[in-house]
Design a protein. Structure first.
Length: 550
């Protein structure tokens, strides 16, 4: 089946991905601490290999020029492109920072070949400024002049009107002028003057720098990797089984380490943070330790370090944006709805169990073991080589006698049967049994025995000592968009980015129409249209309009 369905190809098998790179455009390049940076990304291949299998996740970090990470998030890629936003922590001091973009597979190349966007951050409430080594002068830096896009921008159908009143509707027609085909991505931002600057710095893009096979591309989505070693000696523990549970998910993931002790989990496309529990099988005479790989790149990088300085026009723009953001912070809707990550009615991964043992339906017995051995049922506790085991009886399926069953407590795999049998029966609500072989990942189990506690607290037992809890960050959900009105008369319009469309859709006739409301803040505004090609090239076209002061 895998040979027939190419989409099911293993994540560690890939072809032609050595030239994978990423290109990113942001809505602006100057922000106030606490604001969100909106961006759109295109992934491409230096080899121009149409058969390359691209990553499905990209990473964004806000860093200092010395590489210190301020904040970091992960985002999903679909059809070679993606989009998102990252919030600047409110305590970030004023200074010149960099946004760093890459995929996991790009960690095979030098960090200097990642995508970097320089941003100026202004914190009006703090006097501290991020130190820099050199004065930044755009005239002295290598500033590429972006070629014009193959599109024509027309404000209000080319009427010639460029001055508008606050809250007046502005329409924009985008018309393809050349026949170069559709871009990989077309984005539009409408921003105040002096808040955007082309600041692409020269960087090496060499396919020869790739160390193939060190880190695999995330072609199936977000992943978690690591290595199992012996706790004291740190020697590799090969071919051991590793179980991962997403708490509350009613499912587990199971893989087996390779000969070097490394393991790889492809995780669901969840958003936000969730608790994971990861553990290994009990190993005779070995105390295993699980080492989790850093999910973000931790290699050092030195970027241009500039002293923070704003010219007169930037100072005016920064002041207006600071006022707007302060107003936004006071008037925004602070009511939030909390969505549960799980539902009590969601079925477990194994579906309908073969049998359910509800303990309260029986007389109280002193131990879990007696419930299995005293009551009629298909599972018994047997002792073999001095250790107790669960076994399914009365079955003709050979696999049930060859493989151990998968034992769960609140959908977390537990291999220490003694701990399970020591659980207080009063803490257990029910036991669900699956009396047939079950394949999970590459591992076959002789059935499933699933204990569900009354309080969802693992019935108070200590989970395996080889395991560890992780508060893991999944994908970032950037569903928030910039409001476009209509705005209430008594609510100020405090947008700093007036309009942002990360993925403009062009009709068959080569045109697209967008509209937005002129902001309350008077001044000059720029409409930026950026065309991103699958070659990594970016083209720019722009128009300007003025919002007059009432």
């Amino acid at each position: 089946m895998i040979s027939i369905c190419s989409g099911l190809r293993s994540q560690d098998l890939f072809t032609g991905s050595g030239g994978e790179r990423i290109e990113v455009c942001t809505d602006r390049t100057m922000y106030i601490s606490g604001e969100k940076v909106f961006f759109t990304a295109v992934i491409y291949n230096l080899k121009n290999d149409d058969q390359a299998e691209y990553s499905r996740v990209f990473y964004a970090e806000l860093i200092t020029p010395s590489g210190h990470k301020i904040t970091a998030r992960k985002y999903l890629l679909r059809n070679f492109s993606g989009q998102g936003c990252i919030k600047i922590p409110k305590e970030t001091i004023s200074g010149i920072y960099f946004l760093k973009f890459y995929t996991r597979f790009m960690r095979n190349i030098p960090a200097g070949e990642y995508e970097y966007v320089m941003v100026k951050i202004v914190n009006p409430s703090k006097t501290e400024v991020l130190s820099g080594k050199n004065d930044y002068n755009p005239a002295n830096e290598i500033q590429p002049t972006l070629k014009s896009t193959g599109y024509i921008l027309s404000i209000n159908s080319g009427s010639g009107k460029t001055t508008f009143s606050p809250r007046e509707e502005i329409s924009l027609k985008i018309q393809r002028d050349t026949g170069n085909g559709l871009p990989a991505k077309l984005c539009v931002s409408v921003i105040p003057e002096s808040t955007y600057e082309i600041n692409v710095f020269p960087q090496k893009n060499s396919i020869d720098s790739v160390k193939n096979g060190i880190i695999f591309p995330e072609t199936r989505g977000i992943s978690l990797t690591g290595r199992v070693v012996e706790k004291e000696s740190r020697n590799t523990v090969p071919s051991t089984r590793v179980n991962l549970s997403i708490i509350g998910d009613k499912d587990i993931l199971t893989v087996r380490c390779d000969t070097t002790g490394r393991f790889f989990f492809a995780l669901p496309d969840y958003t936000g943070k969730r608790d994971l529990f990861i553990c290994t099988d009990d190993l005779p005479d070995i105390i295993p330790s699980i080492l989790i790989d850093n999910d973000f790149c931790s290699r050092p990088v030195e970027l241009p370090s500039f002293r923070f300085k704003l010219n007169d026009e930037e100072m005016k723009a920064a002041f207006r944006m600071a006022v707007n953001f302060n107003v936004f912070s006071r008037f925004r809707d602070v009511s939030m709805t909390t969505e549960s990550n799980e539902s009590a009615n969601d079925p477990p991964f194994y579906g309908e169990p073969s049998e359910v043992l509800v303990l309260e339906k029986y007389i109280d017995l002193p131990s879990i073991e007696e419930y299995f051995n005293e009551l009629p049922g298909i599972v018994k506790v047997r002792k073999f080589q001095g250790k107790k085991h669960f076994r399914f009886l009365y079955t003709t399926q050979t696999e049930m006698s060859i493989y151990d069953p998968l034992v769960l407590i609140d959908w977390v795999a537990v291999n220490d049967i003694e701990k399970i049998l020591a659980m207080p029966p009063l803490e257990v609500d029910r036991i669900e049994l699956v009396s047939s072989p079950y394949i999970k990942g590459s591992v076959t189990y002789g059935g499933i025995i699933s204990f569900i506690s009354k309080k969802n607290n693992f019935a108070g037992i200590d989970l395996p000592s080889s395991g560890t809890f992780i508060n893991y960050g999944f994908l970032e959900d950037c569903s928030q968009t910039i409001p476009q009105g209509p705005f209430k008369a008594n609510t100020p319009d405090s947008r700093n980015t007036v309009y942002w469309n990360p993925d403009v859709q062009i009709k068959d006739d080569g045109s697209a129409w967008i509209s937005f409301i002129a902001p309350d803040t008077p001044g000059r505004y720029h409409i930026l249209l950026r065309e991103m090609k699958k070659t990594g090239e970016v083209f720019l076209s722009e128009e300007m309009f003025v919002v007059k002061d009432n």
